[in-house]
Design a protein around this ligand. Structure first.
Ligand code: TRP
Length: 444
């Protein structure tokens, strides 16, 4: 028996869970999804998804992980031997590969923007600069490689040293910097239009497809549905309060996504950038703002460094799912497992990056490989995983086990438990199904 690495104390767990949750999903993906799906109304649906699906499913993942003390795949084998529930773990491992392949590409862009900020080579036409960077040069591949090497290094050093330390200080810093940038952004001339876009829901923009996207985003941003937080749950000590950890993680994650949007949309309006500009939105909107700020390049450097680190801590959590599987189930050495996984991810990542411009033929079902990886993982696999996790904890796992894990060493909280069971048994799975039906079959 090997002893499992564990997080030290309450803040360590929250830092690690928030480190996984807060990443490019909040700062890059949320604003561009929100921009493409009508602004305020997307924000509303997204918050609803966080509350009725995200929170309960996050708690469910922690419960499974801590109870089983193992990676996602083995957890189901331990808790329900002889049943096919461990397939959730298999789906999770596939999903981790798929997400990492495009995530590392965007992580690479962040690193490029750190260099551009330091060397003050962000052009006064950020849109053209971004498009030629991702569409006509092989540079993104180098940065993607570099990003993966960084994640690899941290994962090789092990959970506690690597993940915990990097998040403890840096997440609060990111938060403070975002507040400063919000203030700058909303005081730009013409900013109010962007703020209105975000805060005033336009119900006519509500379609089955946008609800589907919002649900996918809720899963993506909270790192749910693929066993990531099952694995993290296994590193949480017995006496920690899982419900509290869940609340802090979902709360801080949602806050960061909203702050990032309050930075991006007013700035986009001020610089006449369309909110539905797609995946480049972050990288074309903010450089314009930084250029007009006193000390802009310093802010820009700090911003992209912090976003890069947030992306790293999330990528690490994705790698960790696959690596802990290879180490614990296939008995590979940790170093070897990490390197193998990173090589596979990089090969898929190359396809994602090239599909954005250099090799436009890299298309399937009318989508670039990049979009396809993003769509299948976040919009399909994660909610499917989440659906089965909620069914598992709501209906299969013995109730007294769940109750014990939620209560921990503290006093019983009957109302809290009742709400949790109601959500995880009925509301979360039923809403996932309803959103799938309305998004996939009714609209296109
Ligand atoms: N949640 C992270 C973000 O917002 C990305 C991420 C990390 C993730 N681990 C995950 C997404 C597991 C889905 C599943 O950037």
């Amino acid at each position: 028996m090997t002893t499992r690495d564990s997080f030290s104390g309450r803040f360590g767990i929250i830092a690690a869970a928030a480190g996984s949750a807060i990443g490019l999903g909040n700062i890059w993906r949320f604003p561009y999804m929100c921009g493409q799906n009508g602004g305020g109304i997307f924000l509303l649906v997204y918050i609803a998804c966080i509350l009725i699906m995200g929170r309960p499913i996050m708690l469910a993942e922690f419960i499974i992980g801590r109870r089983a003390q193992s990676n996602a795949y083995r957890a189901f084998k331990i808790l329900s031997p002889g049943k096919p529930w461990h397939l959730i773990g298999v789906l999770g491992i596939v999903t981790a590969f798929v997400i990492l392949s495009f995530y590392s590409a965007v992580g690479g862009w962040t690193i490029e923007y750190i260099f551009r900020s330091v060397t003050a080579t962000i052009s006064s036409q950020p849109k053209e600069q971004f498009e030629s960077f991702i569409g006509t040069s092989y540079q993104p591949l180098w940065y993607q490689f570099f990003f993966l090497c960084l994640s690899l290094g941290i994962v090789m050093m092990g959970v506690k040293k690597g993940i915990e330390k990097s998040t403890r200080i840096l997440m609060p810093l990111l938060f403070i910097l975002l507040i400063v940038l919000c203030i700058r952004s909303v005081t730009l001339p013409g900013a109010s239009e962007g703020l209105m876009f975000l805060l005033k829901p336009d119900f006519s923009k509500l379609t089955g497809n946008s609800v589907l996207q919002a649900m996918g985003q809720a899963f993506f941003t909270l790192s749910l549905g693929m066993g990531c937080l099952i694995t993290y749950g296994s590193y949480i000590k017995r006496n920690e309060d899982l419900a509290f950890t869940t609340s802090m993680t979902t709360g801080s994650d949602t806050l960061i996504a909203i702050l990032a949007s309050v930075v991006i949309f007013p700035a986009a309006a001020a610089f006449h950038i369309e909110p539905d500009s797609g995946p480049g939105l972050l990288f074309i909107t903010l450089p314009g703002m930084f250029q007009q700020m006193p000390g802009g390049m310093i802010f820009s450097t700090c911003f992209f460094i912090l976003v890069g680190i947030a992306a790293l801590t999330s990528a690490i959590s994705l790698l960790e799912v696959v690596v802990s599987f290879c180490v614990e189930e296939m008995h590979l050495r940790r170093g070897l497992a990490t390197a193998l996984v990173a090589v596979c991810v990089f090969m898929m990542g190359i396809l994602c990056s090239l599909s954005l411009g250099l090799v436009p033929e890299l298309k399937l079902f009318g989508m670039s490989i990049f979009d396809l990886m993003d769509f299948t993982s976040s919009t399909l696999f994660l909610p499917i995983g989440g659906f089965f996790i909620s069914i598992y904890v709501g209906w299969i796992l013995k109730k007294h086990i769940t109750v014990r894990e939620v209560i921990g060493n503290g006093a019983p909280k009957p109302i809290y438990l009742r709400i949790f069971f109601f959500l995880i048994r009925y509301i979360a799975p039923a809403s996932i199904l309803a959103v799938f039906i309305s998004g996939l079959f009714r609209s296109s």
